[in-house]
Design a protein around this ligand. Structure first.
Ligand code: PLP
Length: 440
């Protein structure tokens, strides 16, 4: 997913109150001053003053490259070498705590190598969400693999295990959850079920660099996983990717597809004999991209923490508004980071206004709110055309994915501290909510 710009379980106690007592008394709940001022001011959409006046540029500026990155690029120009690729593989494997890692030219090629490494018979099926980027699924077709589209939970935007249980087929061999915009999927529960059903667990961790479940990094729960270093990602190399493997066999088989020179391959292993030819493709990562990601990795945890703290500061107050929820699983054993969006959801009935009315009013207040409709893969023509697949994928109804697209309000993820903007965003939401009967 390449968002164009450089943009869960609320505690309903106050909400229950608001649900029952409507707008006016909501004023009390929102704090009389807040509401009085919020109600006093006309909505910008109706000609009133705009609430958000602070500039966005610095808050959404991405990637944030500085002196280190510039020096690394200059050094590479003066003495070009591929060393940074192996160095990044080692540093990333150590950061995650994964035995094997192979750098790739992008995340999509890392997915292709992973599908190849699965070494499954043609016609085998892999469960994956339809609410994802093309890359999670499309490379399957080159290896005779066919997707089983699984629904998402509309509050987490992640793989819905209960839906997957209903879609298991005799050909299903693996599951491939995605940790959407940084929120970990329930890999412990998915892993237990997969084990019970004899399915291989893989992960698309393109969005979740630094997220953890039960202290364990995303990308280390599956037998294999991938990540992306595309320019918008939390670790931007402009382009780039990585495959992560628990098993040596998978690492060597994945490496052999896109590396004719067999880097790091055991001379006594099954794949070293392919040195000189490889198995067909060249997925080597550009060393400049590797050098950029090495610089960025140093500050990843700190950047993620600043960003998450700021989202918390905003969402803890927004979650007080009736019918407004954040992307959350409510699990306390997760440590998430954020990527691309701070995703909210509106319950129109509870909020007493439509999403479109809310988003239009918020935009007029200066909020970069987007009634986001994310492309659902299963709705695309390529999955209905014979020639591309071993056999045609089943095109399902996915109510959770449809609901997510009907209720999402995407806010930009502020990649650096912006207290004034956060304050103005909260004020804008409170103002719009204070006028929601007007908007209904
Ligand atoms: C969920 C997901 N998987 C895979 C990828 C592929 O990564 P890349 O763009 O590096 O090929 C992306 C990228 O943007 C993504 O959003």
């Amino acid at each position: 997913m390449e968002p164009s710009t450089s943009a869960g379980a609320g505690r309903p106690s106050r909400r229950d109150f608001l649900k029952t007592t409507g707008a006016l008394t909501a004023g009390i709940a929102l704090g009389t001053q807040t509401t009085a001022r919020a109600q006093g001011e006309a909505l910008a959409v109706n000609g009133g003053p705009k609430t958000v006046t602070a500039p966005h540029d610095a808050a959404i500026h991405w990637p944030q490259y500085g002196k280190d990155e510039e020096e690394a690029m200059l050094a590479m120009l003066r003495a070009p070498s591929y060393d940074a690729v192996k160095q990044l593989e080692d540093e990333w494997a150590q950061f995650l705590g994964v035995p094997y890692a192979k750098a790739h030219c992008n995340g999509t090629s890392a997915l292709a190598s992973m599908f190849f490494a699965l070494n499954l018979p043609a016609g085998s099926e892999i469960m994956a969400p339809s609410y994802t980027f093309f890359a999670t699924i499309m490379p399957m077709r080159f290896f005779g693999l066919v997707p089983v589209f699984v629904d998402i939970n509309p509050h987490t935007l992640n793989f819905d295990l209960e839906d997957a249980k209903k879609r298991l087929t005799p050909n299903t061999k693996a599951v491939l959850p995605v940790h959407w915009i940084g929120l970990p999927a329930d890999m412990d529960l998915i892993g237990d079920w997969a084990k019970e059903k004899g399915l291989i667990v893989c992960e698309d961790a393109a969005h979740s660099q630094g997220s953890r479940l039960k202290g364990k990094h995303m990308g280390t729960w599956g037998r294999m996983s991938i990540t992306s270093y595309q320019m918008t990602k939390a670790l931007p190399g402009i382009e780039g990717g990585m495959g992560m493997y628990q098993d040596k066999e998978d690492f060597e088989r994945a490496t052999s597809l896109g590396n004719y020179d067999m880097p790091g391959i055991d001379k006594n292993g099954n794949y070293f004999k392919y040195k000189g030819s490889g198995l067909g493709l060249k997925f080597r990562m550009h060393p400049m991209a590797a050098a950029l990601v090495r610089c960025q990795l140093k500050g990843l945890v700190a950047r993620n923490e600043v960003g998450a703290k700021q989202v918390r500061a905003m969402n803890d107050r927004l979650a007080q508004l009736p019918g407004l929820y954040e992307q959350s699983s409510g699990r306390k054993d997760m440590q998430r980071m954020h990527y691309a969006w701070n995703m909210l959801f509106i319950d129109e009935k509870e909020a007493g206004m439509t999403r479109d009315a809310a988003v239009k009013a918020l935009q007029a207040e200066g909020v970069k709110a987007d009634a986001l409709h994310y492309t659902l893969q299963h709705e695309l023509p390529v999955y209905r055309e014979e020639g591309w697949w071993h056999h045609l994928p089943t095109i399902p109804d996915l109510p959770g994915s449809v609901k997510a697209n009907a209720t999402s309000i995407a806010l930009p993820y502020f990649t650096s501290e912006a207290p004034e903007l956060v304050e103005q965003y909260v004020k804008a939401f409170e103002k719009v909510w204070a006028h929601r009967t007007e908007l209904s």
